[in-house]
Design a protein around this ligand. Structure first.
Ligand SMILES: [Zn+2]
Length: 418
């Protein structure tokens, strides 16, 4: 616990905003957003820019075998597990300027404001840049943190290929060649705690007029694939009763699921984001439909029950078509450590910043960090909740407030040397 007389360093808000501006040039799309997909030239350029700021301060950067970057500001007890903070610099193909970037730049601000105030911490403070959080070039998302936590093997990750056939292994080798001076460290870095600052990517904080979201959990997610086989036939000559229309079967199935899974509390999230109709010809009755269902809920039992309902409904025969499903991914909800959420709450209270507890609808690297160490997340509002979009926008004052709460939390956890 922090002593009452301890003075926590103030972050430099002007510098934080300026750094966001500089980072927005790297991979700029010309439409207000950025495209820095994992291990691309633009991703490397963003890391280079970050490293140039870090080397000016003399921090020691290291990289692990999956490409996670660690930048250490040594504490008085360098052998003690460090307090870690950070996020990601990679983006969606039409990404915004704050998703991930805020957490990295706010983390750098924690290190630098300690320097500016001449403060030595007991534990070291480490800034982490996770590799491939977005998963848009190489699936799945949060690959770097998953491998670091042992939830995915290094070998499996290295073998993943992008649509052009380039493997993670190849892309990593090219990436590392750009940074010959980087120190290496083994997989599995862990610490006393991990705290990630991130934009909310949803509309709740704005609607509730709160500046800080103290994230207590990340909801669970199941991804399923439904495969419906009918029979291709002429659109002009085939009577209704002779048809095995895979699209009609999909509509019937989705309508049944919509009413069966209806959640009056509106907590369940149900999305069909990919839907392929074959052969995709305007005058042929569709012979095959394949689509995905993305299902999310904070309660694991509820989530699994819904998943079973989908499996039961998406089987057998519908509209004379054959229906099958398979589970592509199951990721259970995670609960963050109370010790960390309470530290974040205390920081928001001390700075008199309006705050609230909340759930994260999106998944984050913090999910896997929480497998290894007590973890927490700090959300700040983003305009209209828009994210994964070039129009993503944040009030600069909220960047500053979020970074200050992050700094206070991290410094309290690391402890100030007297
Ligand atoms: Zn993100």
């Amino acid at each position: 616990m922090l002593k009452a007389q301890t003075v926590l360093p103030l972050i430099n808000g002007g510098r934080l905003i300026e750094r966001h501006r500089s980072m927005a040039f790297v991979g700029a799309t010309g439409r207000g957003g950025v495209n820095r997909q994992a291990l691309s030239v633009e991703d490397a350029e963003a890391r280079q820019l970050l490293l140039s700021w870090c080397s000016a301060r003399g921090y020691a950067p290291e990289i692990d075998p999956i490409g996670n970057l660690f930048i250490r500001r040594a504490g008085k007890q360098p052998d003690q597990p460090p307090v870690m903070t950070g996020s990601h610099l990679d983006t969606q193909p039409t990404g915004g300027n704050y998703d991930g970037i805020f957490g990295v730049l706010a983390g750098l601000e924690v290190l630098e404001s300690l320097d500016d105030a001449g403060i030595e911490t007991e534990r070291s403070v480490e800034l982490v840049v996770w590799m491939n959080e977005e998963g848009s070039r190489f699936a799945p998302a949060t690959m770097g943190s998953a491998v670091s936590a042992g939830a995915m093997t290094l070998e499996a990750a290295l073998n993943v290929r992008d649509v052009t056939g380039v493997s993670v292994q190849q892309a990593l080798e090219d990436h590392l060649a750009i940074f010959p001076e980087l120190g290496r460290r083994p997989l599995g870095s862990s610490g006393r705690a991990f705290v990630e600052a991130h934009i909310e990517q949803g509309p709740i904080l704005e609607a509730e007029r709160r500046k800080i979201g103290i994230v207590n959990a990340i909801q669970g997610m199941c991804t399923l694939e439904v495969d419906i086989t009918g029979f291709e036939a002429h659109a002009g000559t085939t009577p209704s009763l002779n048809r095995q229309d895979a699209f009609v079967a999909a509509m019937v199935l989705l309508e049944r699921l919509r009413s069966k899974l209806h959640d009056p509390a509106d907590v369940l999230r149900f999305t069909v984001g990919r839907f392929e109709v074959s052969p995709g010809s305007s005058n042929t009755v569709p012979g095959r439909v394949v689509f995905t269902i993305d299902l999310r809920h904070p309660d694991v039992e509820y989530m699994l029950r819904c998943c079973e309902t989908i499996r039961a409904f998406a089987s057998g025969t519908i509209e004379r078509c054959n229906v099958n499903s398979r589970l592509l991914l199951r990721s259970d909800p995670v609960q963050f450590a109370t010790s960390i959420t309470e530290e974040i709450r205390a920081a928001a209270v001390r700075r008199n910043i309006p705050h609230m507890g909340m759930l994260s609808g999106a998944t984050h690297d913090s999910r896997y960090a929480s497998f290894k160490m007590p973890t927490g997340m700090i959300f700040i509002p983003c305009e209209k909740g828009i994210s994964h979009n070039e129009a993503e926008n944040v009030d600069p004052q909220d960047l500053i407030a979020g970074a200050q709460v992050l700094s206070d939390t991290v410094v309290s956890l690391a402890g100030i040397s007297s």
